[in-house]
Design a protein around this ligand. Structure first.
Ligand SMILES: [Mn+2]
Length: 291
């Protein structure tokens, strides 16, 4: 099936596309991935793609925070035909879909879904790019080797991504992990860690690190990186998180870099217009305004 997707809704300001022949290269392509089978606490991120898209209709074309119109060209290709209960198969379908998009030089913008799907997305990206830095915003490291006996899970996804042979993993906003994950970080020189306290107190160090990146970048945002006051409906709410302003400052400082893929995962809103989906949508809206 073409792009393996169906179309329940479209993100605000996305361009119409009657045929793939009209597509403009080097634009962004949104794909929703309504898959939450590996969620270990609250489920519901399968509704993320629809609630995040719906929330986008509350924003204006002019992005006040950046004094700029959202005139980036992007398309919304709908939702992936996921295989509930099967992370590996779902990731394979996502990888194939991303390869299909890359034939048209379209960069993937993924709306999750639980974090396990980033594996399929990054694997798809690595078919075209040998060098890749993953910038990962999250309350959690997601570096466990297994979670409840599972190798492919939202708690192991960055470990599996690390095994794919990326250049570097930069984690920002971390405030929850296991001893095993801490040891793994200490034993791997190509993982850099910034906690949520670093975001608030040592932000200059983060900006220096981001400025040094000289490879293409994949940006993965787990919405639980935000404080649960402004993003309560996530799979694993974790106190003392960061703000939308912090995310905007990170995005601004990546503006001259080559971002070639983006995902925003773990939005588990169960009703339209809730604050978690609005803030998730705001991050995508800001991202698209800047890139
Ligand atoms: Mn997380």
């Amino acid at each position: 099936m073409l792009l393996n997707t169906y179309e329940p809704w479209k993100f605000a300001f996305s361009r119409d596309l009657s045929s793939l022949e009209e597509i403009q290269s080097n634009s962004w392509g949104i794909i929703g991935v309504p898959f939450d089978s590996t969620s270990s606490y609250h489920t519901g991120s399968r509704l993320g793609p629809i609630t995040v898209r719906e929330a986008s209709f509350g924003f204006e074309n002019y992005n006040f925070d950046f004094k700029k119109d959202l005139n980036t060209i992007f398309y919304d290709f709908g939702d992936l035909n996921v295989v509930s209960g099967n992370c590996i198969k779902t990731c394979e379908i996502l990888e194939e879909t991303i390869l299909e998009l890359s034939n048209y030089k379209i960069k993937p913008l993924i709306i999750g879904g639980d974090h396990s799907i980033s594996y399929g997305s990054i694997k798809g990206i690595l078919n075209d790019f040998e060098d890749l830095t993953v910038v990962h915003l999250d309350a959690h490291r997601d570096l466990a080797n297994e979670l409840i006996g599972e190798k492919f899970s939202h708690g192991t996804v960055l470990r599996r991504v690390h095994e794919l042979g990326i250049n570097e993993l930069i984690q920002i906003g971390i405030r929850s992990s296991s001893k095993e994950e801490e040891e793994f970080v200490l034993n791997n020189e190509n993982i850099t860690n910034f906690s949520s306290v670093d975001v608030k107190e040592n932000f200059g160090n983060i900006l220096n690190k981001l400025a040094e990146i000289n490879t293409p970048i994949y940006l993965s945002v787990d919405i639980d990186v935000l404080d649960p006051i402004i993003a309560p409906n996530v799979s694993n709410p974790t106190p003392s998180g960061i703000s939308i302003k912090n995310i905007q400052d990170i995005l601004k400082n990546l503006n001259d870099k080559n971002i070639i893929g983006f995902d925003l995962v773990e939005t588990s809103s169960n009703n339209l217009g809730d604050i978690t989906s609005i803030n998730a949508s705001k991050i995508i809206y800001d991202f698209l305004t800047l890139f």
